[in-house]
Write a protein that binds this ligand. Sequence first.
Ligand SMILES: [Ca+2]
Ligand SMILES: [Ca+2]
Length: 282
Amino acid sequence: MSFRVYNGAAEITKTVDAYFEYNIKPGCGQPVSHSISYPFGASNTNPIRVTISGLTVGDYTYRIRVVSGATTLYTPWYRLKIVKSDNALPVVTVSRTLVDTTRKADSEYISVLNLNGQATDDCTDTLSVSWVKTSGPSAIMNDDFKGNLTLNDLSEGEYVFALVAEDDRGGVTRAEVKVIVRPPPLPPPPPVLTYMKAFSPNDDTIDDRWKVTGISATPDITEVLVVNQFGQRIETLRPPFINDEVWDGTQFGKPMPDGAYYFIVKDKTNQEIKRGSVLLVR
Ligand SMILES: [Ca+2]
Ligand SMILES: [Ca+2]
């Protein structure tokens, strides 16, 4: 560009080249105002180089002021427009990519589970951030749209949730979290009940008590009914059965005669879970 500079009555034509160099930084730099004062004499034809850094996207205007003696001249205003070249995609991170959890019991649902993440993008883009469920059973999702997700009522299965960030120029990035909800562990199977076919309650310390092996470790047993061969009730034995010992061969403390007796083991629903016979031999 050239300027017409008047110095007193004489017109002096000067040629001034102005250069603007700029970088668009990926960060969030603030525009930097910049002015120069470049004194030059009547014969100065050096180019003026102006460097402005930190410009962000937007429209700018500039002009150059030339002072020569008492004379000040301005160039017209020129426009400088800075646009983005390539759109940087949002950057999305999640605090964990796998959640592996197990329900403690059939009645327990995973009631609250929190997932967290965050998203960033070019500072001048408007970013929308939300969680979506990509796959899996139903779940109640409470998304605060700031990267935090609270999940309720997860049932068993495998889920994939994704934190999705989209900028206002269509750039989309997602980060996934796999959530596994496992069934509660199976309860151990009840022990198999085996019982002595005969016992001898004669206080010789050998087989003096009738034992049902495994009965003390079997839940929900409420009673063992012992009857004689005529079907008459002899005893109703109830837990706890220490060392699996059930009966001492007496009825209310009175020793019962030798012979065959019959028993029924019942649980709390009054279901019969075992029956058999035992020989009392002194
Ligand atoms: Ca962007
Ligand atoms: Ca004995």
